[in-house]
Design a protein around this ligand. Structure first.
Ligand SMILES: [Zn+2]
Length: 257
């Protein structure tokens, strides 16, 4: 049996038996961890049940076992109540958590992915509802980068030449990126046509990272068009079926009505 101590974000939880909970964490040093918290639902143990809610950011001690790992201690760093008290923020937080839960591997750390989720939660907690769409785009693009399937937008996937600025760019989801105007003539594939300003926005996110769109005024339809493309990319390359996606679509739909 070994003891692990690390920063951790609660991705999800469910009840086990009469009094216990199974928590899935994403941790800084160990990647994904699933562990049991004994008596988490005991009324005398309210302290611990309040800090193992989804999105809570903690410092945890886990006993690594041959069977099920066990949480020994949880110290709260930030509970992210802001995300649970707001339906829009909660919808996005669930969606991001589920993506990390799907892509994250147990006992296989990915520190950039951990930091992305944590920083995104802080940005959402502080930010207004209007900013969620921007945060969503930045999260998803960087998520793809950190799990190793970043769309190729700087060089043609066919000939490898650097892309020139063009009115229209051809993006192929299956090939995972942009093709240049020379190569596209010889190809009959299914292309998404991107405007240069869409390409520029994606480039900006990859160049400047998590803070890339802070304070930047981006039209909603530009964000929505990029969002659709990223979702198509994620579906093709990762084949994710996310439970939280339906909830997110309902929440988005409420705004449009
Ligand atoms: Zn080319």
């Amino acid at each position: 049996m070994s003891l692990i101590e690390t920063e951790a974000i609660v991705l999800k939880q469910f009840d086990l038996g009469e009094a216990d909970k199974i928590i899935t964490f994403y941790t800084l040093d160990e990647g994904k961890i699933r562990a049991v918290v004994k008596k988490a639902r005991n009324s005398k143990n309210n302290k611990i049940s309040a800090v193992v809610l989804p999105y809570c950011y903690n410092y945890i001690k886990v006993y690594k076992n041959n069977s099920l790992d066990r949480i020994n201690n949880v110290d709260s760093i930030h509970r992210f109540e802001e995300l649970r008290n707001n339906l829009d923020k909660m919808a996005y937080a669930s969606y991001f958590s589920e993506m990390v839960e799907k892509a994250g591997m147990e006992y296989h750390p990915n520190q950039p992915l951990f930091k992305l989720l944590l920083t995104t939660f802080y940005k959402m907690a502080r930010g207004s509802k209007k900013e969620l769409n921007k945060i969503n785009i930045v999260f998803k693009l960087l998520f793809l980068k950190y799990i190793g399937v970043q769309p190729r937008i700087n060089f043609c996937y066919e000939c490898g030449k650097k892309h020139k600025t063009l009115k229209k760019q051809h993006f192929n989801v299956q090939e995972g990126g942009l093709i240049c105007s020379n190569c596209v003539r010889a190809r009959n594939s299914d292309f998404d046509i991107l405007k240069q300003k869409q390409v520029d926005l994606i480039k900006r996110v990859y160049r400047a990272g998590i803070d890339s769109l802070d304070g930047l005024n981006v039209a909603e339809d530009l964000l929505n068009s990029i969002d659709k493309l990223i979702d198509k990319f994620i579906l093709y390359h990762l084949d994710f079926k996310l439970k939280s996606e339906d909830f997110l679509q309902i929440i988005k739909g409420l705004d449009e009505n």
